[in-house]
Structures are given as C-alpha cells and as structure tokens.
Design a protein around this ligand. Sequence first.
Ligand SMILES: NC(=O)c1ccc[n+]([C@@H]2O[C@H](COP(=O)([O-])OP(=O)(O)OC[C@H]3O[C@@H](n4cnc5c(N)ncnc54)[C@H](OP(=O)(O)O)[C@@H]3O)[C@@H](O)[C@H]2O)c1
Length: 285
Amino acid sequence: MLFGQNCNRNSAYAEPSKTFRFIKKGMVIFMNISVITGASSGLGREFAVQLDGYGLDELWLIARREDRLNELKEKLNTKVRIITIDLFNDSWRAELKIILEQEKPVVRYLINSAGIGIYGRYDEISEADNDKMIDLNIKALVAMTVIILPYMNKGSHILEIASCAGFVPVPFENVYAATKAFVISYSRALKYELNSKGISVTAICPGKIDTEFFEHTGNAKHKPEKKGYIVSAKAVVRHTLKTACRGKQTTVYGMPIKLYQYIGKFLSHDLIIKFMTKFNREIMK
Ligand SMILES: NC(=O)c1ccc[n+]([C@@H]2O[C@H](COP(=O)([O-])OP(=O)(O)OC[C@H]3O[C@@H](n4cnc5c(N)ncnc54)[C@H](OP(=O)(O)O)[C@@H]3O)[C@@H](O)[C@H]2O)c1
C-alpha cells in the first residue's frame, strides 16, 4: 500500500489527494516525497528507514554530515536526494527554494527532526549555545514548515519533533524546554489553520530516546542508564507514524511520558517545576 501500512483508511488524513501524480504531455509532473531534517542520526534517520517502505518516489534527507547521509542512502530502497545544508546558516532557505521550484514535488511527509538541547544552569550555557537552540529548534523549524507547505496537499503530514520537555517549564533545561513548548504551541495552532486543506500537523513529544542527542550536546550525564527510562528511536518512530496518520495533535510514547503529560494538565505546574529542579540538580552533581 502506498504511503504507509500504518495509515488507518478511515482517517481524514489517510488517503493522498487524487491529484498527487499525473501525466501531462508525456511528462510526470509531480513526485511524492518525504523531507526529513536531522536525517543523519537518531530519530530523523529512523524516520527515513521506516518511510522506506511507504512507496514514496523519493526521500529528501537533510543534515550537515554528508558521509552519514550517503551511508544511509546505501541502505534504502527508495530513491534518495541528499541535501547537505547547515540549518544554522540562513542561506539554506534560498538553496532549498531553488530545488523545490525545479522539482515541484508533492511533499507527503515533512519531518522536522533536526534539533539540539544543551542542559545546565543558566550561567553555564553560553549566549551562543542559547542562540543555537533557538535558531535550530524554532527558527529553522518554522521556516522549513512555511517553505515546504506550498508543496503539500490533502493527505500530507507535518511531524514537528518537540519533546515532553515542552509540557512544563524545566529548570536547568530552561531554553531547550521553552523551544519545545514553542513547537507544541505552533503545531497545535497550525493544525487548525490547515484542517480545511486536509494537511495534518502533529507535535511529537517523546521522553528520553537512545540517540546521539546526549553526546552531541554534552549532556551525557542526562542520558538514563536504566531500561524503561529511555526508549528506542525505532519504537518512537513506529508509534509516531501510526498516530500521525490519524491526524493526532500531539503524540507521546510510553506510559511514564503519558503520565507526565497527564500530570502536567491537572497538577500545579509550580509543584512539577520544584520536582524537576531537584531532579535535574541531582543529575548535574
Ligand atoms: N534523544 C532524546 O532523548 C530526545 C527526546 C525528546 C525530543 N528529542 C528531539 O528529537 C529531535 C531529534 O533528536 P535526536 O535524538 O535524533 O538527536 P541526534 O541524534 O543528535 O540528531 C540530531 C540531528 O539534527 C541534525 N542537526 C543538528 N544541527 C544541525 C544543523 N545546524 N543543520 C542541519 N542539521 C542539524 C544532526 O545532523 P548533523 O549533525 O549531521 O547536521 C542530526 O541528524 C530533536 O529535535 C530533539 O530535540 C530528542
């Protein structure tokens, strides 16, 4: 089946538009693709692996480490276009617009997975690192969404990778958590704006995942050792693709994170923040 064995046929978002591909004057006008940022490792890479079976014409993989993207390309059956861009540098916007204008694809899935999180006390994190988190997790994600949107239509899905850190303010992750709160808020509002077009927007809010995230950002101490406190990228992506196809507003994976989301809705945020202050201070000792 095209576009995901996990899609529920009764879902408003399950079926791609009938106009998604047609032949005009002997030429294929549209190709169905997925655009994945942060595809060189972790969640982004796993999304590429699992979308490989979705019958898309091409997967467009975005990250800075070209060698990693090439290595991934070798493993996939779907045709891959590697787009090596640095999302910290705004020139990527013009580069991508040119490619989109030339190819005129239909983007069935946009997955904004590129992201960083630097933890620590407010005065231990440099101004430059705060800027990086805001530039990548917020500015690049919004720009990517807006640039890609004209190439999406009924049945397309936007998956914005947020985090459960976005549910409640988190001391010692204050900027990171705030960027993820932004992603959740932005995605939820955008979803309603796009409802009439049949394009779904889902904010993905996982807990700790076993990826390179902690090594990349110098947060090794924050990576839980115990099974149950950390989950695999494979499981998160499988669950995410399933729920996104149902047009869910947010997704969480695993009982502890579901509980955390639930508590965040009903318990005083001050209490949770106090708990998180103690929890993160202990880790940082
Ligand atoms: N791991 C967790 O515990 C966890 C939990 C909740 C949410 N998340 C979120 O999940 C998302 C994916 O993280 P992950 O766990 O998969 O971490 P990861 O393995 O470190 O992946 C991060 C990806 O972002 C890309 N990236 C970083 N800076 C970039 C830049 N300037 N330009 C282009 N690409 C850039 C990296 O590629 P290059 O270095 O090759 O450019 C890499 O592919 C993030 O948004 C993160 O906040 C992670």
